[in-house]
Design a protein around this ligand. Structure first.
Ligand SMILES: Cc1cc2nc3c(=O)[nH]c(=O)nc-3n(C[C@H](O)[C@H](O)[C@H](O)COP(=O)(O)OP(=O)(O)OC[C@H]3O[C@@H](n4cnc5c(N)ncnc54)[C@H](O)[C@@H]3O)c2cc1C
Length: 414
């Protein structure tokens, strides 16, 4: 007899759970509360622009994601390894380029002499990179727990380098700029950034969940569903109880740890403000109590993101930073960001047009040190999703794999 499973939540973790269940002979009912699949990996089209819901990239260094996803089929194109760093105070902003010396040796060496920071900090970045490359992924999370800030200080990085480089970069990734996130997550992300590329799919980030969905052959998608989970084998749709061999919960409930938020502002610009396919980090985020963590021009990497002769500029503001300045409305965040941008690109910003201001309240989970302690732990209620693992596409996929593995293991034990 065909085994029947239900997956509740059609984000990337739920979709991957469906794929794994199909591979183990299940037919699946996939229940999604909203009217589309993809969860937080959504993309909209607007006047010829492709707008992702929040600045969102794929890391080809993530081991499971690179097995599950076909980056070539999605037409992915990569950012240059490294970053540009802006100091917008003063009459003319100063911009440095930091190129990854391991992948762009000549540019990287030139970058090291750019006087952005002491060569000692750059040497420490190199040493950390080598050390992490030699550490097995499975050992990364066995280390002692501490905040990313304490960890970077213990590695000898100067406070100014931490504030000018690591804070805007990892603040924009972790969506918190205190660097309180577990240092094991820092190591994991840093290692994966070093060994792979940061890429964007041709048709936006939603191509990623869509690609998994397109592989499903024994899954019935039920959008706009209003069902509740009774236990690991039963659902209720209000009128009746639905029985399955397994029910997987692939969403975070409203009162979950999904508490880190972000503001994303998309602008249409007549030309790109950046030279090179880099992300631009704000070195004065901390010292000048600025809002913008980083800025990117997705259409420089993936021309499809904007109509020809135009550029898409995307700005990231961590919600906590906006809150600290008492900014909580679209208008307030927008006008403060534009004020900052006028210092960055004084001759250009007046020609930019706001396409969208997105507020994503439940963007990433706030995880404790204990959450990172043991990723092999079984979840009794068969819950997956990044909020049960760690906040990334890789974490979401791993969480689904863990749930299905645990279920199959239990079955094998009788
Ligand atoms: C702005 C932003 C930028 C990001 N950038 C990156 C990045 O660059 N790189 C990276 O690796 N990760 C990034 N992430 C994280 C990544 O997007 C998430 O880790 C991943 O999408 C989480 O997938 P999920 O399946 O766990 O959850 P979700 O995507 O949240 O999916 C849950 C699904 O369940 C549905 N649902 C909720 N309640 C119910 C219910 N009661 N019944 C039925 N369905 C329900 C929801 O509608 C949703 O579709 C970013 C996230 C955000 C928000």
């Amino acid at each position: 007899m065909v085994k029947k499973a239900a997956v509740v939540g059609a984000g990337i973790s739920g979709l991957y759970a469906c794929l794994l269940l199909e591979q183990h002979g299940f037919s699946v009912d996939l229940y999604e509360r909203s009217d589309s699949i993809g969860g937080r990996m959504k993309t909209e089209k607007q006047s010829g622009f492709i707008l992702d819901h929040g600045f969102h990239v794929l890391q080809t260094g993530y081991p499971l994601a690179s097995k599950v996803l076909d980056y070539q089929a999605m037409g992915c194109l990569a950012f240059e390894p490294g970053a540009q760093i802006i100091r917008p105070d003063g009459k003319r902003p100063k911009i440095w380029q930091f190129t990854d010396p391991f992948r762009r040796p000549i540019k990287g060496v030139l970058g090291a002499f750019s006087l952005f920071t002491s060569p000692l900090n750059l040497l420490r970045v190199g040493l950390l990179r080598i050390k992490l490359a030699r550490t097995k992924d499975s050992d990364l999370f066995q280390k002692k727990s501490q905040t990313t800030l304490d960890y970077l200080q213990s590695k000898g990085f100067s406070q100014s380098f931490i504030e000018r480089f690591f804070t805007p970069l990892f603040g924009g990734i972790f969506l918190e700029t205190e660097l309180r996130t577990d240092s094991r997550m820092f190591d994991f992300v840093f290692k994966n950034m070093s060994r792979g590329s940061m890429v964007l799919p041709k048709n936006g980030i939603a191509a990623c969940p869509q690609q998994i969905f397109d592989r499903l052959t024994k899954t019935a998608l039920k959008l706009n569903s209003n069902i509740s989970i009774i236990d690991e084998t039963k659902l209720s749709n209000g009128d009746e109880v639905l029985q399955y061999d397994l029910v997987v919960k692939a969403f975070a409930s409203d009162k979950s740890n999904l508490t880190r938020g972000v503001w994303t502002l998309h602008f249409a610009a007549p030309k790109s403000p950046l030279k090179g396919k880099y992300i631009m980090l704000n070195s004065t985020l901390k010292s000048a109590r600025n809002l913008i963590s980083h800025l990117a021009v997705p259409s420089d990497i993936q021309p499809n993101y904007a109509p020809s002769n135009q550029s898409l500029v995307t700005v990231t503001v961590v919600e906590e930073d906006a809150k600290k300045q008492g900014l909580s409305t679209i208008e307030a965040v927008k006008s403060s960001v534009i004020k900052e941008l006028l210092q960055w690109f004084p001759d250009q910003v007046q020609d930019w047009r706001v396409l969208d201001v997105q507020y994503i309240e439940a963007a990433l989970p706030e995880l404790s040190f204990a959450d990172f302690d043991d990723f092999s732990k079984a979840s009794d209620d068969y819950s997956c999703g990044d909020s049960t693992y760690h906040g990334s596409v890789e974490g979401a996929l791993l969480s689904a794999q863990r749930v299905i593995d645990n279920f199959l293991k239990k079955g094998a034990q009788g």
